[in-house]
Design a protein around this ligand. Structure first.
Ligand SMILES: [Zn+2]
Ligand SMILES: [Zn+2]
Length: 242
């Protein structure tokens, strides 16, 4: 079966299409299962089950955390709780406690954990559809279980890369296959044109048509950036004073 472990919907501040539309496009592209780890917003088990019943696809609940602009990202799959920890070790502990699967997405980009194996992630995203440059450099240098995801923020970006795995089409089987290292990346990164199609849509749908919401989202990102900066500088001060 084909699984896309990294799809965003308009519930993320930086994506444009609804979960229903993304799932339909994935099905049309021959994908059998998709995970929806929206930025800082949990796609819950009940929402995933509802969409799964409607579409016939396995829909994996989850969240992508870490500040969207300045902090490295992590993905939690198969959990049903918003994780708010700032420290990576606490995040990974929470995911483990909730029997979820932790993934280090786009590990070789500025917003990724290059030392994913040492930190204890369950899996690494060895192919991220939106990160052509970083994927060319390294795929999975630490040789831990891998997954692949398109990191789609619009319909045009779906269907170019996926994960191949041969298990039953159920949520638990798919999650277990990640832990057991049975997944293999397949396909390629998103071609430039299909990647670029996202931007005019984003400007039209999220900024021009919803200026108040866009402003509020931008404020939230800036507030988060300030919070992260304050946290980091307090850590530095603590280290200096000890
Ligand atoms: Zn990310
Ligand atoms: Zn993402």
């Amino acid at each position: 079966m084909k699984v896309d472990f990294h799809v965003h919907t308009r519930r993320s501040v930086d994506a444009v299409h609804s979960p229903r539309k993304m799932v339909k496009k994935a099905r049309d592209a021959g994908i059998n299962a998709i995970a929806i780890p929206d930025h800082s917003r949990l796609f819950s088990t009940s929402e995933a089950q509802r969409l799964s019943r409607e579409s016939g696809l396995v829909v994996i609940p989850g969240i992508e955390g870490g500040n969207i602009a300045v902090r490295r990202h992590w993905i939690a799959l198969g959990i049903d709780r918003q994780i708010t920890d700032t420290r990576t070790d606490l995040v990974l502990e929470s995911i483990l406690q909730d029997s979820g699967v932790s993934v280090a997405p786009h590990p070789h980009s500025q917003l990724g954990y290059g030392n994913y194996a040492g930190l204890g992630f369950d899996a690494v995203e060895s192919l991220d559809g939106s990160e052509p440059g970083s994927n060319k450099q390294v795929m999975n240098i630490h040789r831990i279980p891998e997954v692949a995801g398109s990191d789609s923020h619009a319909l045009s970006m779906l269907g170019f890369c996926w994960t191949e795995v041969n298990v039953d089409e159920t949520l638990q089987s798919v999650l277990e296959s990640v832990r057991r290292g049975l997944c293999r990346h397949a396909g390629s990164t998103v071609p430039f044109f299909d990647l670029f199609c996202f931007y005019p849509l984003y400007i039209r749908d999220r900024i021009l048509r919803q200026p108040v919401a866009a402003l509020s989202a931008a404020r939230q990102v800036i507030r988060d950036v300030c919070r992260v900066r304050a946290y980091e500088s307090s850590c530095r001060n603590c280290r200096m004073s000890t």
